[in-house]
Structure formats: structure tokens, C-alpha cells
Design a protein around this ligand. Structure first.
Ligand code: SF4
Ligand code: SF4
Length: 421
């Protein structure tokens, strides 16, 4: 029991944290599912170990500093949730804990600089594009730059596609079957705007009118997962204000963003916006789930081309939102696609938001394992539903000299339903 939580730690997030801690029966079934436990082999880097650490800190029996390295190493991948027979809601513990102890956490100068840079650039497509361009130029200076900047330079893509913009309303083609609003994301807009283009094309072709709110911005997911509650709340409120009520669903195409939108009620817990965040959450869906529930209208023509496609489960789709079968269903609907499963498919690829900047060694190891699993599958294309995973897979496949293409589920579907003429 967390009855000894210091008064200054008490707040609206305390009750969910207590519930999560009290649900754990310490059985250890989650250990084998945890990527950091598998990598490091230490109890304190497992879900069970971290739950004990967080409990002890919250009860004032352990210092924040003693627990911090193990908490920092948690990917937030939530692989521990489906593995837990007791139903411990680990998501109600890790980000709330990080936000509660945030003022007491200590980071190295390097981590602080990287966090400030990420916080300043990522939520703004204009600044993010500028940062990537600067990083590309900065690569020439890599040997003389301080080590703190190297993970940023190493992870920056060598090129970014041209800027794209979308109308605020994309009409349905043919008889209208629904009306949705689409979150365009921030990093995705810069790194792979074609994913949004594909989503709009597929939805419109399927008879769905799409609203693209012009005042939307960053969903706040990155801030939330690093424990920056005030920033996450600010972005969550802006998103709630930006999206209309008169739509059947609010669709996301990036697992990380979708997961954050589902957690708005927790982010805004105890504030006047909690109830509308809960109502909003109920309308949020990954685009693949929406399309499967709606049912695909018409089929793609069979070109006779056969190809092997591997699907990579983004943690924030499968573990966080329970979206596992739907993308596979859509991919199987594409004539000629032979879908194959990846060995260790439940394991995180190491991208996990900004994890690959903060914990480059573990992220590297996980990214390489995942890329090797993709290569071993014999697939020509690997598909996923999250921009972070796609970027991580692309970087590691390239490093291993693999020509395997990396695509979003909706890009493959768009190319089948609306082949270029
Ligand atoms: S499986 Fe669930 S109950 Fe068992 S140790 Fe892990 S979190 Fe606790
Ligand atoms: S969220 Fe992922 S890394 Fe963190 S404890 Fe759970 S399984 Fe392990």
C-alpha cells in the first residue's frame, strides 16, 4: 500500500498509480516480455522490478536518484501489459510516476541539451525540418562536436521529402459512408508526409469525408512519456479544441500519437477538461481499425505480382491500443501480398519516442535485432503503423546493407487501391 506517499507527491495521478502498484502480485510473468530485462538481465530493469522501485520512491523509502537509471531505461513499450495475468495497468504508473518525480530527477548535461532541443524542434514541423537540415550539414563537423550532439547527428535522416500540405476538407468519392477528422502528427509531416497523403487518398476512395483541422499541432505524446505533464496538458487541450465533434471518429496514422490521444483523460485527470478528454478518447481510432470496422469497399485489382510482406507491430498500436489483427487484415486484402510474421514480433524495435537519443546502446541493440528478424523473414517489404518504428527500421536495415523497403500500412493499401497511372 502506498499510504506513506509524501503529501507533496499527492495529486490526481496518485490513485491510478496506487491501483497499478496494488494490482501487481509479483508473479514475474511479465519478465520475459520486457525488452530491457531480456537485454540487461536485471530484476530492476524488469516491469516487476520497476514497479517495486516506483512504489518505494513514492512511499519515501528510496531516493528518486537510486531508481532513476532503471526508470529511464524503460521504453514505455507496454509489452508488460498483455503479458500480465493480473491486468496491471502499467501505463497508469510509468508516465504519471515520471511526472510526479520530474522536479527531483537529475540528468546529465548531454541529456538535458538533447531534451531541450527535442522539445523545441519536434513539435514544430518548421523547426524540425530546420533541425534535420542543420544536422545534415553538421555531420561534417561530427569529429569536433561535443559527444552530446552525436546521437542527434547519427539519427537525423540524410534527406527529407518535400513539404506537403493538405486541404482542410477532403471530400468522399462516391456514396458517402462516413466523416472523420485526421491527426496529421508533427514528426511524420516532415519525415514521411506521404503517409498522410496515403491516408487521405484511401479514406476518400472508400467514401469517407475527411476533416483535417488546421489548428491541430503536436499531440503531446513525447512530453507525456518523458514526464513533462504541463506541456502534455497544454498540447492535449489544444488538440481537444482543434477537433470537431460532428465526426464519426478521430483517426490517427502514427501509433505513438494514437496512444497519447487515448491517454488524454489520464493526462488531464483532475482538471476541468477530464470529462471532455474521456469523451474524445472514445472517438479516437487508428485508421487501420476504422477501415476494417467499416469494411473495404471494392477490391484492388490483381496485377499478378507476388510479394512477401512482413508486418512489424508498433508497441503503441498492439500493446497500447490492442490494434494487432486489423493492419494484417488490410494487408491480406491486397492481391499478391504474402504476409509473414517476424520472429520476436512482440519486442520493441527500440525507437520508442526519443528513447534512441536517451538510451542509444539499448536502442541500437533492439533496432539491429529487429532489422535482422526482418531480413531473416525473406520479406521484400516491411510494413508498420508508426513513424518512429519506420525510421528506426529504415536506419538499421540500411546499416546492414539490406534493400528491403519500409512502408506504412496505408501506403501499401493506397498503392493497391489507387495504383499510379
Ligand atoms: S506479470 Fe503482472 S502481476 Fe506479475 S509481476 Fe509482472 S506486472 Fe506484476
Ligand atoms: S514498458 Fe516495456 S520496457 Fe518498460 S517495463 Fe514494460 S515491457 Fe519493460
Amino acid at each position: 500500500m502506498l499510504h506513506t506517499i509524501p503529501p507533496d507527491s499527492q495529486g490526481p495521478l496518485t490513485a491510478p498509480m496506487i491501483h497499478a502498484v496494488e494490482t501487481c502480485v509479483h508473479c514475474g510473468f511479465c519478465l520475459a516480455a520486457c525488452p530491457t530485462y531480456r537485454e540487461l538481465g536485471q530484476e530492476m530493469d524488469s516491469p516487476r522490478g520497476r514497479i517495486v522501485l516506483m512504489k518505494e520512491v513514492l512511499e519515501g523509502k528510496l531516493s528518486v536518484a537510486a531508481a532513476q537509471p532503471h526508470i529511464d531505461r524503460c521504453l514505455g513499450c507496454l509489452a508488460c501489459e498483455p503479458a500480465c495475468p493480473s491486468g496491471v495497468p502499467y501505463r497508469d504508473l510509468i508516465s504519471p510516476y515520471r511526472s510526479v518525480v520530474r522536479s527531483q530527477t537529475r540528468h546529465s548535461i548531454g541529456q538535458k541539451v538533447r531534451r531541450v532541443l527535442v522539445k523545441w524542434t519536434l513539435p514544430s514541423p518548421v523547426r524540425f525540418r530546420w533541425a534535420i537540415t542543420s544536422a545534415r550539414l553538421g555531420r561534417w563537423l561530427r569529429p569536433v562536436l561535443p559527444a552530446v550532439f552525436r546521437p542527434l547527428l547519427d539519427l537525423a535522416p540524410t534527406s527529407v521529402p518535400p513539404r506537403q500540405s493538405w486541404p482542410s476538407l477532403v471530400p468522399a468519392l462516391g456514396p458517402r459512408r462516413g466523416r472523420v477528422a485526421l491527426l496529421t502528427g508533427c514528426a511524420q509531416q516532415v519525415l514521411a508526409p506521404d503517409i498522410t497523403a496515403a491516408a487521405l487518398a484511401v479514406l476518400s476512395q472508400q467514401g469517407i469525408e475527411v476533416v483535417v483541422p488546421t489548428t491541430q499541432g503536436c499531440c503531446g505524446g513525447l512530453a507525456w512519456h518523458t514526464g513533462d505533464l504541463p506541456t502534455a496538458q497544454r498540447y492535449a487541450r489544444r488538440t481537444l479544441d482543434a477537433f470537431p465533434d460532428d465526426v464519426d471518429a478521430v483517426l490517427t496514422t502514427a501509433a505513438g500519437c494514437g496512444s497519447a490521444l487515448h491517454e488524454y483523460a489520464l493526462i488531464l485527470r483532475g482538471t476541468p477538461d477530464e470529462a471532455r478528454a474521456e469523451r474524445f478518447r472514445l472517438r479516437v481510432k487508428d485508421a487501420s481499425r476504422f477501415l476494417v470496422e467499416l469494411g473495404l469497399r471494392g477490391t484492388a485489382s490483381d496485377t499478378g505480382l507476388r510479394r512477401k510482406v512482413a508486418y512489424h507491430d508498433a508497441c503503441h498500436l498492439s500493446n497500447s491500443q490492442g490494434v494487432h489483427d486489423e493492419p494484417r487484415h488490410l494487408l491480406r486484402a491486397i492481391p499478391g501480398v504474402e504476409l509473414c510474421e517476424l520472429a520476436g514480433s512482440q519486442l520493441c524495435c527500440g525507437s520508442a519516442g526519443t528513447y534512441n537519443l536517451d538510451q542509444p546502446d539499448i536502442a541500437e541493440a533492439l533496432g539491429e535485432q529487429k532489422a535482422r528478424a526482418v531480413i531473416a523473414s525473406g520479406a521484400e517489404t516491411v510494413v508498420s503503423g508508426n513513424i518512429g518504428c519506420l525510421t528506426q527500421l529504415e536506419a538499421h536495415l540500411k546499416r546492414l546493407g539490406s534493400p528491403i523497403r519500409v512502408r506504412h500500412t496505408l501506403q501499401l493499401l493506397r498503392d493497391a487501391l489507387l495504383p499510379p497511372v
